[in-house]
Design a binder for this molecule. Structure first.
Ligand code: HAX
Length: 427
């Protein structure tokens, strides 16, 4: 990985100096106030982290290194990874080298499969993915370098090696989990003539690597790759990595957070909901039927999955990308038609209802219906797909954090008694 490593080395001096200067010159500059609401409300809205790989704004949504995500949907995850980690688009040579690196370790050693095969058959696919990562920790070059006393200035190089090994293997592992867990037959070995996404689609068994499903997977892997630094998976991975735990520990921690229903698991809930609408109306409901159904749910104090967002205040551009793909390739599919109709009906109802701050669809509203269309119908697996993609962002962030010598994360916690005392003193 000479070109990527060289590019990072070229950038590193200035970036380290900048961080050092900022801490020295501006450490006392105030960026905002902490209030009791921050302490009680999961630190939402509190600025406390640095993350340069991507940003999420309420009105624009996700931008990777200032490039709006919708401008990246025709590219590959390898290009996105290079952009995440360096802030630049790769030239042909750098991209080709990176694609080679993503292929280099795509055959997964037997000991990993042995562990997965020994797990109880009702293990969740996310548990299997996380376990597989932990099993491979023994191969960490970062840990070996640390144990050998490598200077902390140089440790990021071993981190980059670990990251490339891990990214190279994670799609093979995910596809193997899919086939094992859902009785799809023998695992399918990676090919040497396909890129990361096409290989993943091929190993899942729903693609010859050169079809629309491979294109969908390519876009899916780009769209879910990163979402700033404050979301549960990125923050968890960052915290674990800050203790100089290697990327196998850190990514596993991040993915364990992604597995929660308020985070990555939401995508399976969304498709379940869409299918339940389709089943209830024995097909695509009329506008009137859908409007009434949405009101019925809201009156029962149930949420409408796939709508709303903690940060966004517009239609999630990632939804727009999936929706456009669906309109182009799956317009005749009734499940997609339900998604399309919901997009036209639900925001109006949520606005009239008046509770949700953001009535617009999020990324999870459409992605499942497209996977379903191409035969990937096992929703339990959807968060694993999300995890393979999110590994790109988390891995970029951990390399940068070690390269920039980011310190250990250690926010201060207080007791409820102390909180009440401070509220009393400051009221
Ligand atoms: N349907 C019905 N009510 C909704 C709603 C929705 N889709 N979205 C928000 N509301 C309600 C909230 O439940 C809340 O009601 P209460 O005051 O009674 O508690 C009120 O509107 C205000 O909430 P909010 O400030 O708009 O939303 P939050 O920032 O608290 O929550 C959520 C954001 C995404 C969790 C929320 O919109 C939701 O539950 N949406 C449905 C589930 C979903 O689509 N999740 C996927 C999120 C995408 C993601 O991050 N994936 O990783």
């Amino acid at each position: 990985m000479n070109l990527l490593r060289g590019k990072l080395e070229e950038q590193l001096g200035a970036m380290r100096a900048e961080r050092k200067d900022l801490a020295k010159e501006s450490g006392e500059v105030k960026l905002g106030d902490v209030n009791a609401g921050h302490v009680l409300g999961g630190m939402r809205g509190l600025t406390g982290l640095l993350c340069d790989t991507s940003t999420v704004t309420p009105t624009e949504g996700l931008a990777i290194r200032n490039t709006p995500i919708l401008d990246l949907t025709t590219g590959s995850p390898e290009e996105t990874f290079y952009l995440l980690i360096t802030g630049e688009r790769p030239d042909e040579a750098a991209l080709s080298e990176l694609q080679g690196a993503f292929r280099a370790h795509s055959s997964v050693p037997h000991y990993v499969w042995n562990v997965l095969e020994a797990m109880p058959s009702d293990s969740h696919p996310m548990v299997m993915l996380s376990t597989a990562l932990m099993t491979m920790e023994r191969e960490s070059k970062f840990r070996a370098a640390y144990d050998a006393g490598t200077s902390k200035d140089e440790l990021w190089v071993a981190m980059l090696e670990d990251v490339l090994l891990l990214l190279s293997r994670i799609s093979t592992i995910a596809a193997g989990i899919y086939r094992m867990k859902f009785n799809k037959g023998e695992r399918i070995a990676p090919r040497t003539d396909l890129d990361w996404s096409a290989n993943f689609a091929y190993m899942l068994g729903h693609s010859d690597g050169n079809d629309q499903f491979a294109d969908l997977i390519r876009m899916y892997l780009v769209l879910h790759s990163d979402h700033g630094g404050g979301n549960v998976s990125a923050f968890a991975a960052h915290t674990v990595g800050s203790a100089l735990s290697d990327v196998f520990y850190a990514l596993s921690a991040g993915l364990n957070g992604l597995a929660g229903p308020l985070h990555g698991l939401a995508n399976q809930e969304c498709l379940k909901f869409v299918l339940s609408v389709h089943e209830r109306f024995n097909g695509v409901p009329s506008d009137k039927q859908l409007t009434e159904f949405i009101w019925e749910r809201l009156n029962n104090r149930q949420v409408i999955p796939g709508f709303g967002h903690a940060v966004l205040r517009v239609t999630d551009p990632r939804f727009t990308a999936f929706h456009n793909f669906g309109l182009q390739h799956c317009a005749g599919d009734e499940i997609f038609q339900v998604v399309d109709k919901m997009f036209n009906i639900v925001p109006k109802v949520l606005q009239e209802h008046g509770k949700a701050t953001n009535p617009w669809p999020n990324v999870d509203a459409a992605s499942g219906s497209l996977l379903y269309h191409y035969g990937l119908k096992e929703f339990e697996f959807y968060t694993v797909m999300f995890g393979v993609s999110r590994a790109l962002g988390i891995c970029s962030q951990i390399v940068l954090n070690r390269a920039l010598l980011s310190p250990i994360v250690r926010p201060k916690a207080i007791t409820t008694a102390k909180l009440k005392e401070m509220i009393g003193a400051n009221a």
